[in-house]
Design a protein around this ligand. Structure first.
Ligand code: ZN
Ligand code: ZN
Length: 289
């Protein structure tokens, strides 16, 4: 039968030894980085963190590629994708497939990382023994056919680790080994845990504005670590909206940058959930009923 894919229970999959080895090595290097502090190294870490975490993962992989929250010219889509590969969270094909499955089956046994199977599992267990970097072809065909049609996404997904080596080499030329420790290793470990907290913490702790069918929460601390991705209950309620922070106090740097790109005419068809308008129309509907 066409279009039917078999879901294997993530926990039954074999341990991802190679991924696990890299995760351990990066953590060791990150601790080493702490002994080589300099303001230049810190600046390098922050800049790469911004490019990989905000432009790449948040604005690129998540809000553009997964949810189509706005329409960008191809060159910008590709640029954001390249930035995303720098986050070392696999290529766009695998990331988008995994995340669309998360939205389609949140908190069920098909969700790749629900905390209902354990907090550690939702945080990083699923990376070490789950589906994360290892989506089979038929899953990608089913959940990311739009990206699979595009050769750029196919090739950049295969070689997603190359950008880290190139950026690492540039940092080495600028500031030596200690700058690589900060800009690649420490920044990477910080970026990983911040993203993983969206899967673990924002499905456990925080407030719920919307009564969604999942456990998603709005968590300001995680939002601060992830450029606005922590307003996760808002996001699960309105996945297509490129705007996750819905009030003035829900600070959402990814949205501010998307709004800026729209203002200067670089992107179009921006989907933005408007809390005021929606609640007014709900009230009007109730009055009329
Ligand atoms: Zn979620
Ligand atoms: Zn999402």
């Amino acid at each position: 039968m066409q279009n039917v894919v078999e879901f294997k229970q993530s926990k039954l999959r074999p341990i991802q030894w190679v991924t696990g080895m890299f995760v351990v090595i990066f953590h060791i290097m990150a601790v080493w980085a702490l002994f080589t502090f300099s303001w230049a190294n810190l600046a390098a870490g922050l800049i790469v963190w911004w490019i990989a975490g905000s432009w790449g993962i948040g604005m690129g992989y998540h809000r553009l590629l997964t949810h189509g929250g706005y329409k960008a010219p191809k060159w910008l889509e590709y640029f954001l994708t390249i930035c995303g590969t720098l986050g070392l969270q696999s290529g766009s094909l695998q990331w988008v497939t995994t995340h669309r499955i998360h939205h389609a089956f949140t908190e069920t046994d098909r969700d790749p990382h629900t905390p209902r199977e354990g907090t550690f599992w939702a945080h990083m267990g699923w990376i070490l023994k789950g589906t994360a970097q290892d989506q089979p072809e038929e899953m990608i065909k089913r959940y990311a056919p739009d990206l699979l049609k595009d050769k750029f996404h196919v090739i950049s997904s295969k070689y997603f680790w190359v950008t880290s080596i190139v950026v690492g080499a540039v940092l080495f030329l600028i500031g030596g080994w200690s700058m690589v420790l900060w800009g690649i290793f420490l920044r990477q470990v910080f970026g990983w845990h911040s993203t993983w907290l969206v899967n673990s913490a924002t499905h456990l702790w925080g407030t719920r504005r919307f009564d969604t069918h999942d456990d998603s929460r709005n968590n300001g601390l995680i939002a601060a670590l992830t450029f606005g991705e922590g307003w996760h209950n808002n996001h699960h309620a309105n996945p297509r909206s490129a705007k996750h922070g819905l009030t003035w106090y829900e600070f959402d740097p990814n949205w501010l940058q998307i709004r800026f790109l729209e203002k200067i005419g670089l992107i179009q068809k921006v989907h933005a959930y408007d809390l005021k308008k929606e609640s007014q129309s709900v009230q009007a509907f109730r009055k009329a009923a």
